[in-house]
Write a protein that binds this ligand. Structure first.
Ligand SMILES: [Zn+2]
Length: 59
């Protein structure tokens, strides 16, 4: 069975399940983070708080 790591970004969806690139595990409530290099990664709410990340949609 093929496991997709892609998330459908939907407006108004409070939580989404995805792979957190910061602690290398799947987590609920991930946010899309745009790095300075332009790469897009998902981070869970805990890593957003710990690493002081700014979610893409909040920029
Ligand atoms: Zn995380």
């Amino acid at each position: 069975m093929e496991e997709s790591t892609q998330n459908q970004a939907a407006d108004g969806t409070p939580t989404s399940y995805g792979y957190c690139s910061w602690h290398d595990r799947f987590s609920e409530g991930v946010r899309l983070i745009r790095l300075g290099s332009g790469d897009m990664h998902y981070a869970c709410v805990h890593c957003v708080r710990i690493y002081k990340l700014t979610p893409y949609e909040d920029q």
